[in-house]
Design a protein around this ligand. Structure first.
Ligand code: G3P
Length: 216
């Protein structure tokens, strides 16, 4: 399973990259706002840190505008992945960009039928939002399972990028279902290493080690 980090904060990206936990990066307009930086310059810096796909999201809502913005993003670096909303214009832009050999990430997916359309448009990634479905008392993981089944039924190559991942359980469940990628905030990725029994066991080992009086 690939791990993408869902942030535009370059210090977090550098830290996680050093741990080998960054196969790619996803951003969105809210994360760009949070970074306080210009989308082109921050995306360029992220692309210089990470070799994998770095998603930059268009803000236009019409096909021509999306294509214009995609052209700006495409000039940044070869690993920029154009992120497009799951609308008819977004799907059309996805189809054109795919034919031009660009990587695409179709975002704001909340249904299996939407994911089917993205696969038919040749999307590199489909981003179903797990946490936001949980927020309205649906089960976001049911959507990941449905998309996995549909894509496997027809051998679609679009990769399932489980997004809006909020908890370590989301990561485990997405992995069990067979999502190709998860994108999660830095804190969730780091907390995957945590277990109270690991912390407790280490504390005991260190206390006993101190009692031996030895040094390595
Ligand atoms: O990048 C999109 C997605 O991961 C957003 O997550 O937590 O804002 O629903 P969230």
């Amino acid at each position: 399973m690939k791990f993408f980090v869902d942030t535009a904060d370059v210090s977090d990206i550098r830290e996680l990259a050093a741990l080998g936990l960054v196969d790619g990066v996803t951003t969105n307009p809210s994360l760009i706002l949070k970074s306080g930086r210009g989308i082109v310059e921050v995306t360029a810096e992220i692309c210089s840190i990470v070799d994998g796909p770095v998603s930059a999201e268009v803000a236009a809502t019409d096909y021509d505008g999306m294509m214009r913005e995609a052209a700006v993003f495409s000039k940044i670096a070869p690993n920029v992945c154009i992120k497009l909303p799951l609308t008819l214009d977004g799907l059309r832009a996805c189809r054109t960009l795919t034919a031009e050999g660009r990587q695409t990430n179709v975002t704001l997916c909340f249904s299996a039928n939407q994911a089917l359309l993205a696969a038919k448009a040749g999307a590199t990634f489909i981003s179903p939002f797990v946490g936001r479905l949980d927020d309205i008392n649906l089960d976001g993981m049911d959507l990941i399972q449905d998309i996995r089944t549909i894509y496997d039924n027809y051998d679609y190559k679009t990769q399932i990028l489980a997004a809006s991942i909020r908890t370590v359980n989301h990561v485990k469940e997405a992995a069990l279902i067979g999502a190709d990628v998860i994108t999660a905030p830095p804190a969730v990725l780091k907390s995957l290493a945590n277990h109270p029994l690991t912390a407790k066991g280490l504390e005991t080992f260190l206390a006993d080690w101190a009692k031996t009086g030895q040094k390595i």
